[in-house]
Design a protein around this ligand. Structure first.
Ligand code: IPD
Ligand code: CA
Ligand code: CA
Length: 258
């Protein structure tokens, strides 16, 4: 019960989010393509204020206001808007993501898309829900029958090894699957594997706030998460491979060819 408050905090922040979605936004540039709006900052400040009161023992690590990424024993990772490019362009796949980790394990997480009013929530050992209804991953057990999600890193503009990784893994995975989708929010991608919309998801260059909540939601919905070499995922990993569990080895195996 102690973590339940995450839901109401996310819902309250969602009011700022929903209003911002339809307003014109002032946009600043973290890089040529990595955009940020006044709402990213406003929502993060709101969340930090509320979370600091509810969880005084935890260190708050937020995308917009924390200068360094740290991995303390008790941490809350906050992405005020995951999918900012969608938020700016009016595409309704964007969400608030808040994940609580203790001793390097996820203990509670919420991903809330205020535009579609979809609230995903999980606590370790208690299952995962969408708007308070239990969710579960698919039973699909072949890549051929799988719909896979992925994302493209902002570092693609450097035309360096991250872009090469995206292109090479796509060449290996795409022909083996039903199809591949790029929705634009890592947090939602993980939750959509959890609720059985996608069968799997992989991406490079992720940060803890992108995945801290979605990973727990997926695990609690019966899914699996690993590093690209199949080893146990840790929050400082850049690449995540996440599936319904049944196609984990097959997806990891395909990417291992690169
Ligand atoms: C991004 C989204 C996107 C993913 C990027 C993330 P942001 O987060 O999750 O889907 O492909 O890697 O950085 O910048 O919108 O918070
Ligand atoms: Ca993000
Ligand atoms: Ca963000």
């Amino acid at each position: 019960m102690k973590f339940d408050v995450l839901k109401s905090i996310a819902k309250e922040a969602g009011e700022i989010f929903r209003e911002g979605f339809t307003q014109s936004k002032s946009i600043t540039f973290k890089s040529d393509i990595d955009l940020v709006t006044q709402y990213d900052l406003q929502i993060e400040l709101f969340l930090k204020e509320r979370l600091a009161v509810a969880f005084p023992e935890h260190t708050l690590v937020g995308e917009e206001t924390s200068e360094v990424i740290t991995y303390p024993d008790k941490a809350i990772y906050i992405d005020p808007i995951d999918g900012t490019t969608n938020f700016i362009h009016g595409i309704p796949f964007c969400a608030i993501s808040i994940g609580i980790w203790e001793d390097a394990r996820p203990v509670a997480g919420v991903v809330y898309n205020p535009v579609l009013d979809e609230l995903f929530y999980a606590e370790a050992g208690k299952g995962a829900t969408l708007n308070d209804e239990r969710i579960h991953v698919t039973d699909t057990d072949t890549l051929k029958n799988s719909l896979i999600a992925t994302g493209f890193p902002y570092t693609k503009v450097d035309r360096g090894e991250d872009l090469e990784w995206v292109l090479q893994t796509m060449a290996l995975v795409l022909p083996e699957t039903r199809d591949v989708r790029r929705l634009g929010s890592a947090a939602i991608d993980l939750c959509y594997v959890a609720k059985g919309t996608f069968d799997g998801y992989y991406e490079i260059n992720l940060k803890p706030w992108d995945v801290s909540a979605g990973i727990l939601i997926l695990l609690e919905a019966g899914g699996k998460v690993s590093r690209v070499d199949g080893q146990e995922y840790t929050l400082d990993e850049r690449i995540v491979v996440a599936t319904n569990g049944k196609i984990q080895d097959a997806l990891v195996g395909k990417m291992a060819d690169y």
